[in-house]
Design a binder for this molecule. Structure first.
Ligand code: ADP
Ligand code: UDP
Length: 237
């Protein structure tokens, strides 16, 4: 597999073309951003930890019947993935109240949501990733009603599989964000990444935050927490 030119440089990853028109390389950098890119810092080992963490989770999801972009790990910081036409919508599933939900509704952090909630945000940093609903997705042509229904179905299946996986490791899956894209054959496939950068994980007993909120809230030991989560799950680092 030959790495070709850079297609896109995001806040945390760089995307490269390959000699295969259906495959891209994602390079996970150490850059860590918060508040829609307004704060960016370098954290040692983050690229490697998130790359391996993501590979582990994507393979678990694939095994559970969820179509993912994952093809194979190429290096500590690089993974080969299916090239997707990304749908610019972030799908957020929540099991407990935290983050923007707490701010928006003025509810207490940690309340159990029964059942889970499913939310959509437009992926647009310049606009602050605004909260949207399904009719906006269809009306503005970001996705079709059928694609949206599939994204929701897959997001809820991911929640089922990962809530159990993290629970077995003594962790609460509080919430998470997924991005989907359309593969060449027209199917909806899970893209981007699943790592502690894009979800909230709390220790079941102590409620210690083990995810990117450690960075957002200046709690320290960010990568140490990611590594502990990886170790509890049995992710080979
Ligand atoms: P951001 O764009 O939010 O700054 P990243 O730094 O993570 O995020 O950049 C990765 C970019 O690559 C994102 O825009 C994401 O939508 C896109 N992407 C992720 N997976 C794929 C894929 N399989 N095919 C095409 N694009 C992808
Ligand atoms: N999230 C993300 N990228 C975003 C926005 C949110 O990965 O651009 C994740 C975030 O880490 C959390 C979940 O989605 O696990 C819900 O985020 P929320 O809406 O609470 O926003 P936040 O206050 O975290 O920005």
């Amino acid at each position: 597999m030959e790495k070709r030119e850079e297609l896109y440089r995001g806040k945390a990853k760089s995307v490269y073309k390959t000699d295969d028109a259906d495959r891209l390389i994602l390079l996970f950098r150490n850059d860590t951003s918060a508040f829609d890119g307004k704060r960016i810092e370098q954290l040692d080992r983050k690229g490697m930890v998130n790359n391996k963490f993501n590979a582990f989770i994507m393979q678990k999801l694939e095994a559970a019947g969820i179509p993912t972009q994952f093809d194979k790990l190429l290096a500590d910081n690089e993974v080969l993935v299916k090239k997707l036409d990304m749908i610019p919508v972030e799908c957020v599933v929540r099991n407990y109240a935290a983050g923007s939900l707490v701010k928006r509704l003025g509810v207490e952090e940690g309340i159990k949501l029964n059942p889970y909630t499913f939310e959509l945000f437009l992926k647009d940093d310049a606009k602050g990733d605004p909260f949207i609903n399904d009719s906006h997705v269809v009306a503005f042509g970001w996705g079709t009603a059928e694609q949206l229904a599939r994204m929701k179905e897959l997001s809820l299946k991911v929640n089922e599989v990962l809530s159990k996986l993290f629970d077995d490791a003594g962790l609460l899956l509080v919430d998470f964000k997924l991005e989907f894209g359309v593969f060449r054959d027209g199917s909806i496939v899970l893209g981007d990444e699943f790592s502690p950068d894009g979800c909230r994980l709390w220790d079941k007993d102590t409620k210690k935050k083990m995810d990117k909120d450690r960075f957002r809230q200046g709690l320290g030991d960010v990568i140490e927490a990611y590594e502990e989560v990886a170790q509890r799950l049995g992710v080979p680092l």
